[in-house]
Structures are given as structure tokens and as C-alpha cells.
Design a protein around this ligand. Structure first.
Ligand SMILES: [Zn+2]
Length: 295
């Protein structure tokens, strides 16, 4: 969802510039090998070297691939996490429950979250890099557009939206230039706007990668798509660095799948690990830093 592309052969952390990064895993796709590294200074895992500027699997999705299973992942699968967001928003936004508000979902997909938000009183905005998904979304949410950046979205929409909430569900880990991206979205924020991001945590990934190697399997971490994996330490840190004040951070409620023995074990593990560094999915809620009062 951006235009960054590596041209340098140097292997260094994209956030702090340190070359003291250590490889965590390599995986192959599109006849190429992608390698992710860990930076101890930033507590972040990232894919370094040449990476496509936009997640390739996602943007080239064909309209016929948008089947029921695909749509489920953006709707019922995340419903408990959407409920958690709504509670957070009402608790932190100073708005009366039931009052109208506006929300912009970046990476809105087919509009699963926007439909949930509208049922709670929201005016809906959003953009997405996938043409197939936005075309579906736009049937229900006419102010959504296909765009790679807020600037492009504003141009296509015919104006810059200023909204009460910005959300990114499983999007921020795809963003190649996260600091610049967070700075850009501030132009859609007023002082009370609450920005929410939900991402898979990277804290357990070095262990997952070692286990996968021992078992001779892939780790399923798709480094060509998920170019950054943050932790409970690094996710709020990058928001602070980009000029946000972090309001709250924590574990996202489990995304749900149909009951099975594996799902039961997954939910038990999710519940046990949520209070720890190793929670599966993490969020941050932030607002732009207020200007200091005049002297
Ligand atoms: Zn770093």
C-alpha cells in the first residue's frame, strides 16, 4: 500500500539503521527467496533485501477468489475483535454511546469492518490496494476507493476526509515504510481521532521458525507479504516515534474459527498467552500528540 522499494544491497534495520540484525527465517515464493531478520534495538522482525513495493498476493487477487470463505475472514472471523474495538472506542473517545461518528478503515477489503461500524452509527470511509475487494466494498460503502495511500484516496474521493476513528486490521504489517505512512495519515486526524491497529505479534516468530526448521516445514510467516512483525514493545514505540501519543496497547481478542480440537487448543493458548509478551495478535490505540499550550 505504498511505493517503497529496496534498491540497496545493505542489510540494515529499516527503523534504526543498525546492521546488527540476525536472520530469523528464509522462505520462497514467486521463485525467489525472502529473508526476515530480527533487530534487538527495535524489537521487530522485518524482511530485508528486495521486496515488492506492495503485497503481491493481495493486490492481484481475482474477483472470483472472493468466495464465502474469503469474506468470512473479514467478517465473522474477527467479530469478537471488532466488539473489543468498539468498547475501546467508546471508552476512550469521550463520545456518548450511540452518537454518530466517522471511521476510515485503511485496507478496508470487502468492507466487513465498515459494515460492523456502520451498524454502530458510523459514517464510513476507506481505501484498499485490491481492486477486486474495493469493488465489492463500494456496493455497500460508496465512499471507499482503490488507493495505495491516503493522498491518492483523497484525490479519488475529491477531498481529504477528517475522521473520528482510523482502523487498520491486519494491514500495518504489510506496510513497507511504516514511519512515513503513520506520519501521512495524521492529515486525516483531528486531536481526538483514535487510530487503531491490529497486527500479528512477532514475539514468538523466532521460536516458530526454529520449530519449523526442526520439523522440515515452512513457518507460515509469508515474509513477502508481512514485511514487519511488531511486538508489544515495538508497536507502541513506532507510533510514538511517528508523533502519536499511545492511549492503550494490549492483546486483541482471538479471531475465531469453527470449533475443532485444534481451534480449542488455539483459543486456550490465546487466552494463556494474551497477558504475556507472546500474545498472538496485538493492538495499539493512539491519537496525535496535542500541540503544547502557548507560553
Ligand atoms: Zn532497528
Amino acid at each position: 500500500m505504498n511505493t517503497w522499494q529496496s534498491t540497496s544491497p545493505a542489510i540494515a534495520c529499516r527503523l534504526c539503521g543498525s546492521q546488527a540484525v540476525r536472520p530469523v527465517l528464509s522462505d520462497q515464493a514467486f521463485s525467489r527467496t525472502y529473508t526476515s531478520y530480527w533487530c534487538d534495538y527495535c524489537d521487530v522482525m522485518q524482511t530485508l533485501g528486495d521486496v515488492e513495493s506492495i503485497s503481491p498476493d493481495y493486490i492481484y487477487l481475482a474477483p472470483e477468489a472472493l468466495d464465502d470463505a474469503h469474506i468470512y475472514l473479514q467478517t465473522k472471523h474477527k467479530r469478537s475483535a471488532f466488539d473489543q474495538w468498539l468498547n475501546l472506542f467508546h471508552r476512550r473517545s469521550c463520545r456518548a454511546e450511540g452518537s454518530s461518528f466517522s471511521v476510515m478503515d485503511i485496507g478496508c477489503g470487502v468492507g466487513g469492518f465498515l459494515t460492523f461500524a456502520r451498524a454502530s452509527g458510523a459514517d464510513t470511509f476507506g481505501f484498499d490496494a485490491s481492486k477486486a475487494q474495493v469493488e465489492r466494498c463500494r456496493r455497500d460503502h460508496p465512499r471507499t476507493r482503490m488507493a495505495y495511500s491516503l493522498e491518492e484516496y483523497a484525490l479519488k474521493l475529491g477531498g481529504q476526509p477528517l475522521v473520528d476513528a482510523i482502523t487498520m486490521w491486519d494491514v500495518f504489517e504489510h506496510i513497507r515504510n511504516p514511519l512515513e505512512f503513520l506520519q501521512q495519515i495524521q492529515s486525516a486526524c483531528h486531536p481526538q481521532t483514535l487510530v487503531y491497529v491490529s497486527v500479528p505479534s512477532g514475539a514468538i516468530n523466532p521460536l516458530k521458525a526454529r520449530l519449523a526448521r526442526l520439523l522440515g516445514r515452512g513457518a507460515g510467516l509469508i515474509p513477502w507479504e508481512h514485511v514487519f512483525y511488531y511486538t508489544k514493545k515495538s508497536l507502541p514505540a513506532i507510533f510514538e516515534r511517528a508523533g502519536f501519543e499511545v492511549v492503550e496497547t494490549g492483546a486483541v481478542r482471538a479471531y475465531r474459527r469453527a470449533w475443532s480440537p485444534h481451534e480449542l487448543l488455539r483459543r486456550i493458548a490465546h487466552s494463556l498467552l494474551s497477558p504475556t509478551r507472546y500474545s498472538f495478535q496485538i493492538y495499539v490505540l493512539a491519537r496525535i500528540k496535542s500541540a503544547p499550550p502557548p507560553l
